[in-house]
Design a protein around this ligand. Structure first.
Ligand code: ZN
Length: 223
């Protein structure tokens, strides 16, 4: 990529649209890591073996590994607006398959967060743009909740929790998860919500363990 660079040209990172400070911060971060643990990066080069797959919102205030204080290599992450687990979203489907079939993660957590802009947008006037189309399942979930809610419509934070539970349910019927459970993989699904106000996680539904663990051999398990 540097083939056309002359001696007069500044390094590529200095021409990165005024983002040189990000490269400087990156260099300082890498120095700190190797300063406290000289083998840190060389260990990561060989392979990744994370036990967790985090499915969270793209919101910049909800940085997955930072919230749970994990290092690179410890958690596989997929993020999208409002933490959806659409089986027909190719990006999500590929991440899930890689996490479950290749990395063999043991825990999948769907993590919503209070104050989610995606949830608020799904409760506002409907649009036909990319965001409107992406959030259609949450809009439908909200309609269903309003129809069945005797004490008025749920607020945005309640809808956030219901959305997490709905994504866990969708995961539990996803063919990749069902196939893993069928081969008796120790794979558990977790529904959590994060509070931006205090930085704390809470569970919003019971963990869903492999229903086939400890049962008879795979060949006799029903679909
Ligand atoms: Zn969000």
């Amino acid at each position: 990529m540097n083939g056309d660079q002359t001696d007069a040209s500044p390094p590529l990172e200095q021409r990165a649209g005024g983002l040189a400070s990000l490269f400087a911060r990156n260099r300082a971060w890498a120095d700190r890591k190797t300063g406290s643990d000289p083998g840190f990066f060389s260990r990561l080069v060989g392979q990744q073996k994370p036990r967790y797959f985090w499915i969270g919102c793209s919101d910049s205030r909800v940085p997955a590994t930072e919230i749970v204080d994990l290092d690179p290599g410890e958690m596989f992450v997929h993020r999208n607006v409002a933490n959806l687990t659409h089986a027909n979203d190719p990006s999500f489907a590929a991440a899930l398959q890689f996490a479950v079939d290749v990395l063999r993660v043991e825990h999948i957590m769907v993590v919503g967060h209070y104050g989610c802009g995606g949830i608020r947008a799904a409760m506002a006037e409907e649009t036909s743009d990319a965001i409107g189309q992406w959030l259609a399942p949450i809009r439908q979930l909200n309609r269903t909740l309003i129809a069945h809610h005797e004490s008025g419509r749920p607020n945005a934070n309640k809808l956030c929790e219901y959305n997490v539970a709905a994504q866990i349910h969708a995961l539990s019927t996803n063919p990749v998860v069902r196939a893993a459970w069928k081969r008796q993989a120790p794979l558990t699904l977790h529904g959590w919500v994060y509070s931006i106000a205090d930085g704390l996680l809470q569970t919003v539904c019971d963990p869903m363990e492999n229903p086939h663990l400890g049962t008879s051999p795979v060949s006799s398990i029903d679909e």
